[in-house]
Structures are given as structure tokens and as C-alpha cells.
Design a protein around this ligand. Structure first.
Ligand SMILES: Nc1nc2c(ncn2[C@@H]2O[C@H](COP(=O)(O)OP(=O)(O)OP(=O)(O)O)[C@@H](O)[C@H]2O)c(=O)[nH]1
Ligand SMILES: [Mg+2]
Length: 416
């Protein structure tokens, strides 16, 4: 079976953390009481969640940028900022998320409910009261919120048909799929126009869609290999719902009920269990069928030309697909976590220029005010605790070299 792969690019960004606040209590005549700046709220996270009601990656074509909410800044009087809202993005079961640049597989969302933290929100900055120590009674600095993590993903999905259109050649299968989806198979008034399957995504609304397969026409004896035979019956095999399209104005004069009998016989002959699969029987070309032809027709009839009942048929199919999805056993959902590396490393940028990478180091320099000596002292202490000076010395950094951390640069002064 040919494999239909759906692909999309997606840019995800966690919310920014709110900034911590610098504030002091006012206690009567005392201008500066203790520090009471609140912390900023954490930025919201972006999650991808496998959802069986989603069937394609179509939604990302129009909206490739997705962002979680920002954390709110801290305030005085120890008021902490609110957390940013998390964002949950529904993707079809079986979606594989890769890093767009390296191609590395980051997550494989197999079962309904599986979720993956695609992009973490930034931490909230700590307010100035968090920097109080026995030596620092009145810290005049706080942390900036950390920026949310941002990345480009490539999503891939092997498309599986929810509905297979089963019908005689020329019954109007390709015409139907081309009116309800973006699929554009060739349409012509002769049998065997369609020689290979086409898939189309039928969107009901923002949360519900299903995949329809237009497959080549079946004829009597197909289950024994006649016509295009087994090859095509195989495409029906994995569909959740079968939609029999019966030509009400058949060119070669096979009565509608007879067409249905032959089709079901071929399907059952190929795999008996396919006859118990949910199915819908639809008469086609109602616009040009004579009243005599349809006198005994007890199933729904539609016309892809005038649109009569097309919407109804689509809704009935969506309902059948929804029920079939519900009836499937639910595997236990898993949460896939892949924390970003925290450790620091040094990259040489030029002759006398280096950059320190790593979330921990970057977080340390994300202070409100790197111009106060107090804040700079604090940064020095923390970087030393992380072992950054040692890393720099080992990398060959000498006095006077320029060191970048995040958006700040420093001149390197070796420890005494
Ligand atoms: N009047 C009328 N003609 C239709 C309708 N639907 C399809 N047709 C015509 O029927 C002919 C066959 O349509 P297709 O959609 O190519 O049929 P198919 O089932 O895909 O045929 P194969 O690919 O050969 O199996 C074309 O001439 C269509 O224009 C309809 O609702 N009303
Ligand atoms: Mg066709």
C-alpha cells in the first residue's frame, strides 16, 4: 500500500516568565523597610497532545505559529505574578515531531492522550526579597523573567483512511471526494478513471475531521483478482467505515440493488469481517436518476452535482467515524518529557571572544540591573558556584577576553 504522508511545519514558543519586582515595605517614618518585591509568574508551556478526533496536519498550514501565555510580573507587597496559560495543541494519533533543522525525532505521539512538552515557558524572575541574606539586607535588584523556549518542528503523519469509498467504476467516487475535500482526482465519464487511491481530509469543524479514501472501482470477481482486484481491496482493509456508493444511473444497466449485492459479495469474499464494519450505503447521481430507477431505493441518495444530501452524507459518515473511534480500546496515554540541558559549555566565537551556553548560566545573568555592584557581585558568586570560571580557563580564555552570556558581555578577570 502506498503510504500517504502528511507534513507540516510548526513553530512553538513557551510564554515568557514575568519579571520579579524590586520593592520595599514602607513602615511609618522608616522610608525603607524590608524588601517585599514579588516573583514573576512562570510562562505557560506548549504541549502537543494526540487526539483521535484530529486526522490530519491541515490545521498547521494556516496557523504555523503557536504560543503559550506570558507570566505576569511580580508586584510590591510580595504579590506574585500569575502563571501564563498553557497551550494544548491537538495532533492526530501517530504524529511524529522532529526538530526541523536536525531531523532528530523528539516525540512519537501514538495513542489518544499522549502528550509531549514541546516548548517550556520561561521561569518567572524572583523578586528582590528572595535575594536577601545576612550580608544583603536590602537587595536593590530582582530577576528578569526568562524568555519562553522557542523552536521549529517538523510534524509528520502517515495518513490512514477513516472512510473508504467502495463502488463500481464510474459510480461517482472521485466526484464526491473532490466536492467534500481538497483532493483533486481525475474525473471522467468512463470506468477505471482512478487507478490509484487518493486521500482527502474532510473537515467538519475545528475539532473534528476525518480522512476519506477514493479508491479505484471494484468489479465482479475483484476478490479473485479481476480488474484491479486485491490491490484495491487492501485499501479498504484498514478503513474504520465503508461507504458504498451505488450508481443510480449505471451506464451498463446493473440495477442499484444488484450493484450493492456484488460489492458486498466481493468485500466479504476478500475478508468476511469487513462486512461487520460500520458502513453507509448511498445512491449517487440522484439529479439524473429517473424516478423509476429509484422507486425501490431505500437508502439515502445524493448528488455531487446539485449537492443534494451531500452535507447529510458527510455528517452521517463523521458520526460513524466518531463512534468507531470511540469504540476503539484506549491505550494508556504517556507523557513524553525531554528537558532541555541545563549544563554549561563554552564556545569560541573569535580570537578573543567566547560564549557561555546553558540555561542555568543564562538565567543567572538575567537580572534586572547588571549595573549595580551588588547585582554584579551576586552574578559572580553564582557563576562561580556553577563552575563557569573553571570552564573558561580550561577553554583557554585569558584575562581581557570577551565573554558573552545571553545578551550580556563581560571582560574576563581570572580568579585570584
Ligand atoms: N449527473 C451526475 N453525474 C455525476 C455525479 N457524480 C459523478 N458524476 C459523473 O459520473 C462520471 C464518473 O464520475 P467519477 O467521479 O469519475 O467516478 P468514479 O467512481 O471515480 O469512477 P472510477 O474512477 O472510474 O472508478 C463523471 O462523468 C461525473 O461527472 C452526480 O452526482 N450527478
Ligand atoms: Mg475515480
Amino acid at each position: 500500500m502506498s503510504v500517504f504522508v502528511d507534513e507540516a511545519q510548526l513553530n512553538v514558543r513557551g510564554g515568557d516568565g514575568g519579571a520579579g519586582c524590586v520593592s520595599f515595605r514602607r513602615e511609618g517614618p522608616v522610608a525603607f523597610g524590608g524588601p517585599n518585591g514579588g516573583d514573576g509568574g512562570k510562562g505557560g508551556d506548549v504541549w502537543l497532545v494526540a487526539d483521535r478526533n484530529s486526522a490530519s496536519l491541515l490545521a498547521f498550514r494556516d496557523h504555523p505559529h503557536r504560543r503559550a501565555g506570558n507570566g505576569v510580573h511580580g508586584k510590591g507587597k510580595d504579590l506574585h505574578g500569575r502563571r501564563g496559560d498553557d497551550l494544548y495543541i491537538a495532533v492526530p494519533e501517530g504524529t511524529v515531531a522532529k526538530d526541523m533543522y536536525s531531523g532528530e525525532v523528539l516525540a512519537d505521539l501514538v495513542n489518544h492522550g499522549d502528550k509531549w512538552l514541546a516548548s517550556a515557558g520561561g521561569r518567572g524572575g524572583r523578586g528582590n526579597h528572595k535575594f536577601m541574606s545576612n550580608l544583603r539586607r536590602a537587595p536593590t535588584f530582582a530577576e528578569q523573567g526568562e524568555e519562553g523556549f522557542e523552536r521549529w518542528l517538523k510534524l509528520e503523519l502517515k495518513l490512514m483512511a477513516d472512510v473508504a469509498l467502495v463502488g463500481f467504476p464510474n459510480a461517482g467516487k472521485s466526484t464526491f471526494i473532490s466536492t467534500v475535500s481538497a483532493a483533486k482526482p481525475k474525473i471522467a465519464n468512463y470506468p477505471f478513471t482512478t487507478l490509484e487511491p487518493h486521500l482527502g481530509v474532510v473537515r467538519i469543524d475545528d475539532t473534528t475531521e476525518f480522512v476519506m479514501a477514493d479508491i479505484p472501482g471494484l468489479i465482479e470477481g475483484a476478490s479473485e483478482g479481476k480488474g484491479l482486484g486485491h490491490q484495491f481491496l487492501r485499501h479498504i482493509e484498514r478503513a474504520r467505515v465503508l461507504c458504498y456508493l451505488i450508481d443510480l444511473v449505471a451506464m451498463d444497466g446493473i440495477e442499484p440493488e444488484e450493484q450493492l449485492r456484488i460489492l458486498q459479495h466481493e468485500v466479504g469474499n476478500y475478508r468476511p469481517e469487513l462486512l461487520t464494519r460500520p458502513s453507509l450505503i448511498v445512491g449517487t447521481k440522484s439529479d439524473s436518476a429517473s424516478p423509476v430507477d429509484v422507486a425501490d431505493w431505500k437508502h439515502i441518495k445524493m448528488s455531487s452535482i446539485t449537492s443534494e444530501n451531500v452535507r447529510n452524507v458527510v455528517n452521517m459518515l463523521a458520526q460513524n467515524v466518531g463512534e468507531a473511534r470511540q469504540a476503539e480500546p484506549v491505550e494508556e496515554a504517556t507523557i513524553i518529557m525531554r528537558p532541555e540541558p541545563e549544563h554549561s559549555w563554552v564556545e569560541q566565537l573569535g580570537d578573543n571572544e567566547y560564549r557561555v551556553h546553558g540555561r542555568s548560566a543564562e538565567r543567572i545573568v538575567a537580572l534586572n540591573d547588571v549595573t549595580t555592584p551588588e547585582a554584579l557581585n551576586y552574578i559572580d558568586e553564582r557563576l562561580a558556584k556553577l563552575g563557569v570560571p573553571k570552564l573558561l580557563t580550561r577553554a583557554g580564555v585569558v584575562e581581557g577576553d570577551v565573554i558573552w552570556i545571553a545578551q550580556f558581555s563581560f571582560e574576563f578577570v581570572p580568579e585570584m
